[in-house]
Design a protein around this ligand. Structure first.
Ligand code: SF4
Length: 527
């Protein structure tokens, strides 16, 4: 059975002519007929060429791979128990699910505290991030979780002031940080600024530490969606030229007179801006860590993608050796604003496999008494059961999960409903809950009470959407943890999940469900 569907996808706005009869191997119609206008990827590529590589339409979607991986988190189940409670008195009146503590503290001095064990691990210069930033920043801050400003935000901002190759002022970066910080409560959560090659050259992290009060910066090696640098589309010739001057790879060359003429004629409507790929070496890593510490970075994070195992080992080892405060590992297939569609589907180590390797490598160092960085497990996680399983899979090292597509989705839905409320056009599907912000969003009354009328009324509905989604995840996690009798995150262990297939047991080292508790069960039976 093929794991991939090729040659037609909603992601590339392509389909087959003979939808009922498709060759599994090639994804082509069983009969490819002379005269077809070419609705499939081959056909569309015959006239739009490289444009068909990317998911469409750019700027208003997030995308993730459709590939069916042999193992995923559905191949594990959570093991509940009828006995006892950890982290609370084993008393039925006390061990109730609202009493589950989801707070997590980490960092070399345990100085970072989140209300919930999750973080948005880096969304940057894509339009989808920019247009939804208000909801993402305010919602994350109110919820007391982390938000990472991804790569290229400064370089993409036409209003950034760059002198002698270094950034000295910005508009978008300032706005993004301010929106988060102004809404942070009681010291929970954190805003982090990530950097890739271009950001590092521009001195973005030094600038945000010195001028904008950022305490946490992240070195970026990659992500799950692709193994090349970030890409965005640019519809404005002047902006494409500005980015070209700032050192980005812009295709086609926006300073070439023939290209300018073709663009103005309408032969193509978008330029592509690409980032460069990094060249990881221990020497350069050590040097950059030292530079950032000298620049007064209080905490240093590292994010790596679904690269081959040796690169994961490098990330785990470097994070240990250079005392990194958080290491994020993103499995293949994770979502993004604009990555090459086939690359997103066909490259990298999938989530369960990479999380399993991450656990093995980290344990190896921990068993030798070496420092190990707290871990964030990312890659297609959207709901509480997956959060529980990912934390259990990497216990006791995984402190957080990383999610990006689902928070963006929640913020976008919140924003869309806000617009519908303002225009008095609430869809029937939603109208049964009411027509106002207070009636539709189930967390509204609680937030109105906490924030006061003025602040609540000014709250963008995108933030309300994210906050409410997070509340749901929190309650779902509390229920799952109460069922496993684990009343705080530190009590979750690998023993809290079981593998449902031999293959998933083999990949993860988590026992096959029929082998779980074998000895204990026999002892009970023979007593
Ligand atoms: S060109 Fe047309 S007939 Fe041929 S595979 Fe594509 S959609 Fe099918």
């Amino acid at each position: 059975m093929s794991l991939s569907r090729i040659n037609a996808s909603a992601a590339t706005l392509t389909k087959n002519r003979t939808e009922d009869s498709i060759v599994p191997l090639s994804g082509m119609c069983a009969t490819c007929v002379d005269g077809c206008i070419g609705m499939c990827e081959i056909g569309k590529s015959a006239y739009r060429g490289h444009e068909v590589i990317y998911p469409q339409p750019f700027g208003v979607i997030t995308t993730a791979a459709e590939k069916i991986y042999p193992v995923d988190y559905s191949h594990f189940n959570i093991m509940g128990t009828a006995v006892g409670a950890q982290g609370i008195d084993a008393d039925s009146d006390k061990a109730i699910f609202p009493a589950v503590n989801l707070e997590v503290t980490f960092g070399h001095d345990k100085g970072i505290k989140f209300r919930y064990p999750w973080i948005i691990p880096g969304i940057g210069s894509t339009n989808i991030a920019k247009y939804n930033w208000e909801g993402l920043a305010i919602g994350s801050a109110l919820a007391g979780t982390g938000l990472t400003i991804g790569e290229n935000v400064v370089g993409m901002d036409p209003e950034s002031v760059i002198k002698r190759g270094r950034v000295v002022d910005t508009v978008d970066m300032k706005r993004r940080i301010k929106l988060y910080k102004d809404n942070q409560r009681d010291g929970y959560g954190a805003i982090i600024v990530q950097a890739n090659i271009e950001d590092t050259k521009l001195g973005v992290q030094e600038y945000v530490i010195e001028k904008l009060g950022i305490e946490i910066v992240e070195l970026k090696w990659g992500q799950g969606a692709k193994d090349i640098g970030g890409e965005v589309k640019v519809r404005d010739l002047k902006k494409a030229q500005l980015l070209y001057e700032r050192g980005y790879v812009v295709l086609p060359n926006p300073t070439d007179p023939d290209v300018i003429k073709a663009f103005e004629r309408g032969a193509f409507k978008e330029f592509e801006r690409h980032s460069r790929v990094g060249m990881v070496t221990e020497e350069s890593f050590a040097k950059r860590v030292e530079e950032l510490r000298k620049a007064s970075a209080k905490y240093l994070f590292l994010k790596t993608g679904a690269y081959r195992p040796a690169d994961l080992a490098r990330a785990v080892k470097f994070a240990s050796k250079y005392k990194i405060d958080l290491l994020t590992v993103d499995g293949a297939g994770g979502g993004t604003g604009m990555s090459p569609w086939r690359m997103m589907n066909e490259w990298g180590i999938p989530t369960v496999e990479i999380h399993s390797l991450m656990y093995q490598y980290t344990k190896r160092l921990a068993d030798r008494g070496e420092y190990v960085a707290p871990l964030t497990a990312a890659g297609g996680i959207i709901l509480e059961d997956q959060i529980f399983k990912a934390i259990a899979m990497g216990a006791p090292f995984v402190k957080l999960v990383g999610m990006a597509r689902s928070p963006i989705a929640a913020a976008m839905v919140g924003k869309t409903l806000g617009r519908a409320i303002d225009e008095h056009q609430v869809p029937v599907y939603v109208e049964r809950f009411g027509n106002s912000k207070d009636e539709i969003f189930v967390t509204a009354s609680e937030l109105r009470k906490e924030l006061g009328d003025k602040e609540f009324d000014e709250l963008p509905t995108g933030a309300l959407g994210l906050y409410t989604y997070y509340q749901r995840l929190a309650q779902g996690m509390r229920q799952l943890m109460a069922g496993s009798r684990k009343f705080a995150l530190e009590y979750i262990t690998r023993d809290d999940i079981a593998a449902l297939t031999k293959e998933s047991a083999d990949v993860s080292g988590i026992p096959y469900v029929m082998d779980v508790d074998k000895e204990e069960a026999e002892k009970i039976l023979d007593s």
